[in-house]
Unconditional design. Structure first.
Length: 163
């Protein structure tokens, strides 16, 4: 869900200037996904680490007086941990978006929640800044398939478009 200040003209102009200078982070890491099927097949893909994306985005956006802020919150009604990503301009204008990280029950397994949070931070930040993410739709499809196999909160499944 996208939210913003009443006006966004100044931040939009600054973001356009920043986007002209932004470069895509190097996809320097490799992830492997094992199939749950009996064949045990494995797929791999390259992706950019959050740290390299943060370096690029912070440097470029700050030159246009845009700061990035990412915070988490708990939506008790939906049973979700949410990530909010905010691009805030020195003018006071801002643009924000929310991304579901995981079910609240995942906080019992910090490693899983941490991986989901890092994934969400990378996707949300790269999307907000307008740079390419890890292998684009390939990763989105594999993550959607992964979510579809997990016993998740029905509201998270609905939010992600998974039946």
């Amino acid at each position: 869900m996208q939210r913003s200040s009443d006006t966004i003209g100044t931040i939009a102009a600054a973001l356009a200037k920043a986007q002209a200078q932004l470069i895509n982070p190097e996809k320097s890491l490799v992830a492997k996904i094992r199939s749950d099927e009996a064949s045990g097949s494995e797929r791999s893909f390259r992706y950019a680490p959050l740290s390299s994306g943060l370096d690029i985005v912070r440097k470029t956006l700050s030159q246009q007086e845009i700061a990035t802020v990412q915070t988490t919150s708990i939506d008790e009604a939906a049973g979700l941990v949410l990530l909010s990503t905010i691009l805030a301009h020195a003018s006071g204008e801002w643009i924000a978006s929310d991304w579901p990280v995981c079910a609240i029950s995942e906080t019992a397994t910090p490693h899983r929640m941490g991986a989901a949070l890092t994934y969400a931070r990378r996707y949300a930040l790269f999307s907000a800044a307008g740079i390419t993410r890890a292998s684009g739709s390939q990763v989105a499809v594999s993550r959607k398939q992964e979510i579809a196999r997990e016993p998740l909160n029905p509201k998270l499944r609905q939010h992600c478009g998974i039946s």
